[in-house]
Design a protein around this ligand. Structure first.
Ligand SMILES: [Zn+2]
Ligand SMILES: [Zn+2]
Length: 220
């Protein structure tokens, strides 16, 4: 069973990389310098959006359902909950286990959206699509950046430490705040750029509102 999951996760990673490559090309990279410039402008916006998305997904997985919830229970809820109890485990898992679930989800979104099948856009439309593609690419990578925030200092490459110091990658000190009980803040796991916004959301009130329509929290 474990081997089948590993094969699926590896296929998900390959499919996601292939679809992203095709999509970037189709959306505008073949349009020359204008496309490359637009792609570059979209990068930091997509990076921020992916960090915010990682925080929202993390909040959902920490707060609702359990490991038996259909589909996303074993893929996302269980790993996030286990991670609170054994944070160091993330530094010992394989690349496919670290990113496989996100890659499968990313490949599904790209397949449904199919930006590579649409005609080449221009202007704001191109910027919007590049932002979406960067957002998907970095959201898929978010658990890798999260892993780097947990690596012991001796195992962290110098470039990684430097990028964490510059706050381009998630800083270990900032993420450590999420690992304090009750694990109710600093949900973003890519760069931490969206944590100030995410931490301003009144999660308890949102959860109380959802409970009124029958969606109840389940912390463990
Ligand atoms: Zn958490
Ligand atoms: Zn963590």
């Amino acid at each position: 069973m474990h081997r089948i999951v590993t094969v699926l996760e590896t296929l998900g990673l390959l499919a996601c990389a292939l679809l992203l490559g095709q999509s970037f090309q189709a959306v505008g990279l073949q349009a020359g310098w204008a496309g490359v410039l637009c792609c570059g402008v979209a990068l930091p916006i997509g990076y921020y959006c992916a960090d915010l998305l990682s925080g929202l997904i993390h909040w959902v997985c920490d707060s609702f359902g359990d490991s038996h919830t259909p589909l996303w229970g074993p893929m996302l809820v269980a790993p996030f909950r286990r991670h609170h109890h054994a944070p160091g485990d993330i530094t010992r898992i394989s690349l496919s286990e670290n990113l496989g679930s996100s890659a499968i989800a990313g490949a599904a979104v790209l397949w449904l959206w199919a930006p590579q099948a649409l005609s080449a856009p221009g202007g704001v439309e191109m910027l919007f699509r590049f932002t979406g593609l960067w957002c998907i690419a970095f959201a898929v990578l978010s658990n890798r950046f999260h892993r780097w925030a947990h690596l012991p200092l001796a195992r962290r490459a110098r470039w990684m430490q430097q990028l964490q110091h510059w706050r381009i990658l998630l800083r270990p000190q900032e993420h450590a705040l999420h690992h304090r009980k009750p694990h109710r803040g600093n949900y973003c796991i890519l760069s931490g750029w969206a944590n100030p916004l995410c931490n301003r959301v009144p999660w308890a009130r949102v959860e109380a509102g959802l409970a009124r329509v029958g969606i109840r929290t389940n912390f463990d």
